[in-house]
Design a protein around this ligand. Structure first.
Ligand SMILES: [Fe+2]
Length: 448
């Protein structure tokens, strides 16, 4: 059984979750060849070395003074590793390799921060709900753990773009046989979708998950499965990338300026006739039954070509967690905790599987592959729920992105930790970011 929520657990469980999260991110950096830590696989992001320091710098900046009294041992590195970069339409970073500390110094900083934090946490009392100040230890530790695990996923996107010969490939099992999916749509009757978390509950949630609200959703139909590579290939072959009518003005401008003509996870063979999936460790002949991973702009263009649209966040939530009996489920499949039979998540694999590979994860209405195997784009612009209050210890986490330029994605990918498999968790990206493990399924308001 996976640990899906450690919010109200005992201190030992939280400390062990922090140790597990550290092991997860350490293992991720192990796939980078030792001569490649100063590479920048995504032009808009920091070099890899930043993220090694950032994970500890974040924990230290978060906990220092709020939970633990810590010495000012490396204030320059605490500042250097404080923040990442969001790539919305701005200029690219111009720093040089030589601007960064040596790997030895960064690794020493990581060791020192961990030692100081662990020593301080070990001296704390048993009650992690109380803590010593304005915020409970349990809240701050959940923030540290989930921040690290979010980076475990976004770092995987980044390392995906690192050339194959700069990575240490693990020994991998051969890909399973294809599981064909017959594309169908499911009719969802009108009814409510419940979004967010109640503030008086004791489950952990980020600031944007509050407060809970109910939304009335008219009847609609939704794809049973995520859109596959095979389906998307039909759009590509139909000239979808060259047909202006399927793209918004901003999306067309972006596509033209960047000469985008296919998903970033696809590449052609030498003769250009055959498509390959750009896997984490090597190319794979394009698996027709895997979900396609594309930007919001490309997903939207496909949906228009297909005569459909992307779901709103409320439609997606209703299809995922609603049921014909009117109850809302904890997970799409019911209340049983997540395990590998329900979906491709919690670092189960480096790549997707067939969209039809986990029928045991189907929702009450019969939508399959809701959690895992790739996030799903929605048409909803990321904005606060009524009653939103930012986390004062991390004011930019959500509020910096309430700018009308980011769209909500829902679900999970193969590299999403189990703790994020809660209905209220929201993720968001700008519409032209192609590197997320995100695909989509379509909806239609025209019922049969
Ligand atoms: Fe971060």
């Amino acid at each position: 059984m996976l640990t899906a929520n450690h919010a109200v657990e005992a201190p030992g469980v939280l400390l062990s979750a922090l140790a597990d999260a550290r092991r997860t991110t350490d293992a991720l950096f192990d796939i980078v060849r030792c001569d490649s830590f100063y590479e920048r696989p995504i032009p808009e992001r920091h070099r890899i070395v930043f993220y090694i320091g950032h994970l500890e710098g974040f924990d230290r900046n978060l906990l220092k003074g709020r939970l633990l009294m810590l010495p000012d041992s490396s204030p320059d590195l605490d500042r250097l590793f404080a923040f990442g970069i969001d790539p919305v339409g701005g200029g690219l970073p111009t720093d040089q390799m030589s601007d960064w500390p040596t790997l030895e110094r960064v690794r020493a900083y990581v060791r020192q921060v961990r030692d100081e934090l662990d020593e301080g946490l070990a001296l704390m009392g048993e009650d992690f709900r109380a803590g010593g100040g304005e915020f409970s230890a349990a809240l701050l530790l959940n923030v540290a753990i989930e921040h690290r695990l979010m980076h475990a996923e976004t770092l995987a996107y980044m390392l995906h773009r690192l050339p194959y010969d700069r990575k240490n490939a693990p020994v991998r099992a051969p890909s399973p046989a294809p599981v064909p999916a017959r594309p169908t749509m499911i009719e969802i009757p009108s009814g409510a979708a419940v979004l967010g978390l109640p503030r008086n509950g004791d489950a952990f949630g980020w600031d944007n998950e509050y407060e809970q609200c109910s939304v009335d959703v008219p009847a609609f139909a939704i794809d049973r499965f995520k859109t596959t590579n095979a389906e998307y290939l039909e759009f590509v072959r139909a000239g979808g990338y060259d047909r202006r009518e399927f793209w918004s003005d901003a999306d067309w401008e972006w596509k033209q300026a960047n000469r985008i003509s296919h998903p970033a996870f696809w590449e052609t063979g030498g003769d250009g006739a055959e498509w390959f999936w750009k896997g984490m460790f090597g190319p794979i002949p394009l698996p027709p039954d895997w979900p396609v991973y594309v930007s919001h702009a490309e997903a939207n263009a496909y949906a228009r070509w297909a005569g459909k649209s992307l779901p709103t966040e409320a439609q997606w939530q209703r299809a995922a967690y609603g049921s014909p009996d009117g109850h809302f489920r904890k997970y799409p499949w019911g209340s049983q905790p997540p395990d590998a039979s329900r979906g491709n998540f919690d670092f189960a694999d480096w790549d997707p599987v067939s969209v039809a590979a986990r029928p045991a994860g189907a929702s009450g209405f019969g939508a399959e592959g809701i959690l895992g195997n790739g996030w799903e784009w929605t048409s909803t612009v990321f904005s606060p729920f009524p009653g939103f209050q930012l986390f004062p210890f991390y004011p930019g986490y959500s509020a910096d992105f309430f700018d009308g330029k980011h769209f909500v994605i829902q679900g999970a990918s193969a590299r999403t930790a189990a703790c994020f498999l809660r209905p209220s968790f929201r993720n968001w990206f700008q519409p032209h970011y192609q590197y997320v493990y995100a695909g989509f399924r379509c909806v239609s308001n025209r019922l049969a």
